[in-house]
Design a protein around this ligand. Structure first.
Ligand SMILES: [Zn+2]
Length: 304
C-alpha cells in the first residue's frame, strides 16, 4: 500500500501499556502486536518510531482549558472519574498525552509518505470538556486541530469504523465544516447518546461481513466525494469482531482485513494521505485482538 519505497512508519510507545488492574481494555495488546509484527513480518525495530507527548497547546486545540486544568491538578469530580471507566493515574495521563502525540506524528508521516500507522490511538469518546469510555483525550481531534493550526491541512475526513459510535469526535467537530466525520457502528451499544456525525451508519446487531463491506463501499464513495479531504484519519477498531466482549457485530478476521484493505485502497486510489489508528478491541481471546491489529498494520505497510 505504500506509495513510495521509503521505510514504513509505525508509531508506537512502550508507555501505552498502562496498568489498569483487571480490565477489559488490555493495554498489553499494543506491545504484543509489535512483538508479533517483528516476529512474523518484514518489519524491523527501525520501522517503529516513538512519539513525543502532545503539548498543552496542542491538547488545548481540542479540549477546554478547564478540563485540562482539572486533569493536570487531579481535581476531576467523582462522577467525572467514574465516566472515564479507567483509573485516572499519572501513568494514564502520560500515556494519553503520548497517544495524542502519536496520532499527530502518524498524521505528519502520512502527509509525507501517503500512509502511516499508529499502533495506538483512536480515543474517540473524549469530548472537549470531559473524558469517557476509556478515553481521556481525543487524539484524533488534537492531531487534526494541530495540523490545521499550522496550516498543513484544511479538509479532513475521519473514517471511524470502531464498533462504538465516535461521539466525542462528532461533538468536537460538529460546527467545523472542514472536518467530515463518518462513523459506522453498532446502534444498540455504547454510547447511548450519539451526537450526529456528518454521516452515521447505524448497524443492526449481528451485521456480518457481506452487508458491512457493501455498506462501507458505498459510504466511502460518498464521504470522500463530499469531503474532498487532504487527509483521512482512519480508526480501524478491532471491536466489530464477532467474538468481541463489548461489540455485537459479527465480522470475521478476514472481513476486518478486507475492511482495512478497502479503506486503504480508496485512499491510495484518490492520492489522499491516510493515518491509520487502532482504536478499540476487546476479544474474548486477547490473541484475536492482537491478530486484528497486526493485520491492520500489515495491510497499511504492504507494498501496493
Ligand atoms: Zn470501541
Amino acid at each position: 500500500m505504500r506509495p513510495d519505497a521509503s521505510a514504513p512508519a509505525v508509531v508506537w510507545s512502550p508507555i501505552y501499556e498502562v496498568d489498569l488492574g483487571p480490565h477489559v481494555f488490555v493495554t498489553a495488546k499494543y506491545r504484543l502486536a509489535r512483538e508479533q509484527l517483528l516476529a512474523n513480518t518484514t518489519l524491523i525495530e527501525g520501522d517503529f518510531v516513538a512519539p513525543i507527548p502532545a503539548t498543552r497547546d496542542e491538547l488545548a486545540g481540542a479540549h477546554s482549558d478547564e478540563f485540562l486544568s482539572k486533569v493536570e491538578t487531579d481535581s476531576l469530580s467523582f462522577s467525572e472519574r467514574a465516566r472515564l471507566e479507567v483509573p485516572l493515574t499519572g501513568e494514564l495521563r502520560e500515556a494519553m498525552a503520548l497517544s495524542c502525540g502519536g496520532t499527530l506524528l502518524a498524521a505528519r508521516r502520512a502527509l509525507e509518505r501517503g500512509v502511516a500507522v499508529h499502533l495506538g490511538g483512536g480515543f474517540h469518546h473524549a469530548y472537549a470538556g470531559h473524558g469517557e469510555g476509556f478515553c481521556l483525550y481525543n487524539d484524533i481531534a488534537v492531531a487534526v486541530r494541530a495540523l490545521q493550526a499550522e496550516g498543513a491541512i484544511e479538509r479532513v475526513a475521519v473514517v471511524d469504523l470502531d464498533v462504538h459510535h465516535g461521539n466525542g469526535t462528532a461533538a468536537i467537530f460538529a460546527d467545523d465544516d472542514e472536518v467530515f466525520t463518518f462513523s459506522m457502528h453498532q446502534q444498540n451499544n455504547y454510547p447511548f447518546v450519539k451526537p450526529p456525525s456528518d454521516l452515521d451508519i447505524a448497524l443492526e446487531d449481528g451485521t456480518a461481513d457481506g452487508e458491512y463491506l457493501g455498506l462501507l463501499e458505498t459510504a466511502l464513495t460518498d464521504v470522500l466525494g463530499e469531503s474532498m479531504p487532504e487527509l483521512i484519519v482512519y480508526l480501524a477498531g478491532a471491536d466489530p469482531y464477532v467474538h468481541d466482549q463489548l461489540g455485537g457485530l459479527s465480522l470475521t478476521l478476514e472481513g476486518l482485513r478486507r475492511r482495512d484493505r478497502m479503506v486503504l485502497e480508496r485512499a491510495v486510489e484518490r492520492s489522499v494521505p491516510i493515518a491509520v489508528l487502532m482504536a478499540g478491541g476487546y476479544a474474548h481471546k486477547l490473541e484475536d485482538t492482537v491478530s486484528i491489529h497486526v493485520a491492520t498494520v500489515e495491510e497499511a505497510v504492504a507494498e501496493p
